[in-house]
Design a protein around this ligand. Structure first.
Ligand SMILES: Nc1ncnc2c1ncn2[C@@H]1O[C@H](COP(=O)(O)OP(=O)(O)OP(=O)(O)O)[C@@H](O)[C@H]1O
Ligand SMILES: [Mg+2]
Length: 255
């Protein structure tokens, strides 16, 4: 059951879109996946059109028991198959676990997930920060995937995210693997985007960048609006982005 955290320091770069893209790729090839919404904004929970649950990820962090985690699980409403996507429902309350308590870090999500099985893949959608919630995600994960846009501030955010991954590897989770960088919303005609992508390749090594980059396509926003995976958007852009996520899923499942 590979557990993949999707993170970035910077907001709005496409973490949730990447989580949903990978979940869409997994469902179309018959896998059972779980999306954990650790973001207080709850975007993944609302896009996946989940049903109301008795508990949420905030309760799971407060009481990491099997009972709480099971009460927070709900099937998503995507009418696609042949696989399935469940959601560990998010809640705005989870923000209270993002603050520094002054106490030693004792991972709760990792503890809760040890009591869970039956999924082929677990995807964790992180908030746009490198605070305690993202630490919870990294402590529970096998793989850490960093998302950025090809911009100056994006590249700075990648540096901080990679430092955080190394810190978690050193301290609480030596089994965590850096799975690479997703460069999202690339406009192939923009020289600045080419420059920033090359820069990331120079700093982290070309093999650290997942290929091909994800282009800027309106289909991603449309899929969100329809509450459907991007592959259900029957346009050239929808198919293009869905194919890229299939390729990413192959690469990640090989790691
Ligand atoms: N490749 C893309 N092409 C076009 N639009 C995109 C693409 N990727 C993401 N978007 C749009 O950018 C916006 C932000 O994306 P998303 O919500 O996935 O980012 P995020 O990193 O999860 O944001 P946050 O930090 O707030 O959680 C959304 O409106 C989404 O539709
Ligand atoms: Mg998000």
């Amino acid at each position: 059951m590979p557990i993949i955290s999707v993170l970035s320091l910077k907001g709005g770069v496409g973490k949730t879109s990447v989580v949903l893209g990978l979940a869409g790729a997994a469902v179309s090839r018959g896998l059972a996946s779980l999306v954990i919404d650790l973001d207080p904004q709850g975007n993944a929970t609302s896009i996946l059109r989940t049903h109301k649950t008795k508990s949420t990820v905030a309760d799971v962090l407060a009481h990491p028991t099997r009972a709480t985690i099971e009460a927070a699980l709900t099937p998503c409403d995507w009418e696609v198959g042949p696989g399935e996507v469940d959601v560990l429902a998010g809640h705005s309350n989870v923000i209270r676990f993002d603050s520094w308590t002054g106490q030693a870090f004792r991972p709760k999500l990792a503890k809760a997930l040890q009591q869970l099985d039956g999924y082929d893949l677990v995807l964790i959608d992180c908030p746009p920060s490198l605070g305690a919630l993202t630490r919870e995600a990294l402590a529970a994960s096998d793989l850490a995937l960093v998302v950025t846009t090809p911009s100056y501030f994006g590249a700075q955010g990648v540096e901080r995210a990679v430092e955080e991954i190394k810190e978690i590897q050193r301290t609480v989770n030596p089994d965590l693997t850096f799975a690479g960088i997703v460069v999202n919303r690339v406009r192939s005609v923009a020289e600045e985007h080419q420059y920033r992508s090359d820069e990331l390749g120079t700093i982290y090594g070309k093999s650290a960048l997942l290929k091909p980059f994800i282009p800027d396509r309106i289909a991603v926003a449309q899929a969100e609006g329809y509450g459907q995976p991007v592959g259900m958007v029957k346009t050239a852009g929808g198919r293009e982005v869905a194919d890229i996520f299939q390729g990413y899923l192959n690469q990640l499942l090989r790691k």
